[in-house]
Design a protein around this ligand. Structure first.
Ligand SMILES: *[C@@H]1O[C@H](CO)[C@@H](O)[C@H](O)[C@H]1NC(C)=O
Length: 262
């Protein structure tokens, strides 16, 4: 916690980093987002990240404190997490899909140009946020996916193709297979308690009873069983640079045991 002090703007360094100052940071962010004039009286730069990914915040802070743009800082911050494989939910080597493969999603938004770049289900490339930035900077698209996103990234100079699996992700996947592929992201299919291939439960696609309270509750219950500390979330980062410009980004390897393709 002490470390975070050095990352905060000078005007905030005096306050203890407790929930109150986190609230202040959030409030400052909201205040800016709501469109107030950017008169910089020491409140910039600001770096905010999900989870206590200190190294990622530090990396972003170094960049933005040296006068580089908010986009540069977001890319550097999220890259740091990709390299460190923060939480196993960012970068290579985590969250195997149903086939045991790790794939990458990332997005960056530039508050100055209002441009967006993203990749999804990208194979063989570990640098998700850098690939997203390349999409933003050098294409008219916002989203490239899968193997073609990988081909684009390599053609633009990112390293690859790389095996994104790790012994941990393979172990996790093997155990899941041994547990009959439970839990998984399928619904209204058979077989219920085994691995696929799966088939629609009701061939005619009839929606009998889907409005009933019981079915609704069952759906909510089965959805919430997917939610836990280690099967959701990742790094998301927002940065204001010294000019008061904002950029945001995120990078993840997605949900564990997802159906390949998102
Ligand atoms: C990728 O790496 C994993 C984990 O080290 C390994 O089990 C797997 O065989 C590798 N795949 C390929 C195609 O080399």
């Amino acid at each position: 916690m002490k470390d975070l002090h050095s990352l905060l703007p000078h005007s905030m360094a005096a306050t203890n980093l407790n929930s109150a100052s986190i609230f202040l940071l959030t409030f400052a962010l909201l205040f800016m987002v709501m469109g107030h004039e950017a008169s910089n009286s020491g409140q910039y730069p600001v770096v905010v990240s999900t989870w206590p990914f200190l190294e990622a915040v530090r990396a972003a802070w170094r960049v933005v404190d040296n006068g580089f743009s908010a986009v540069d800082a977001v890319v550097e911050g999220c890259s740091a997490c990709e390299e460190l494989r923060c939480d196993g939910t960012v970068g290579p080597g985590g969250s195997p899909d149903e086939n045991g493969e790790t794939t990458i999603d990332a997005l960056v938004m530039d508050g100055v140009t209002m441009e967006v770049g993203a990749v999804a289900a990208m194979r063989y490339i570990k640098d998700g946020i850098k690939a997203a930035r390349l999409v933003m900077q050098y294409t008219e698209h916002t989203l490239l996916v899968g193997e073609q996103a990988a081909a684009f990234a390599i053609s633009m100079g990112l390293p690859g193709p790389t095996n994104l699996s790790s012994s941990e992700s393979m172990d996790k996947w093997t155990k899941w297979k041994e547990n009959h592929c439970q839990p998984n992201f399928w619904k209204d299919v058979v077989p219920v308690d085994r691995c696929g291939p799966y088939h629609a439960k009701d061939f005619l696609g009839s929606s009998h009873g889907t409005c009933s309270k019981t079915t609704l509750m069952e759906n909510i219950k089965s959805r919430s069983s997917h939610v836990g500390r280690h099967n959701h979330d990742t790094i998301s980062m927002a940065v204001f640079d010294k000019m008061g410009n904002i950029a945001v980004g995120t990078s993840t390897n997605g949900a564990t045991f997802k159906i390949p393709g998102r």
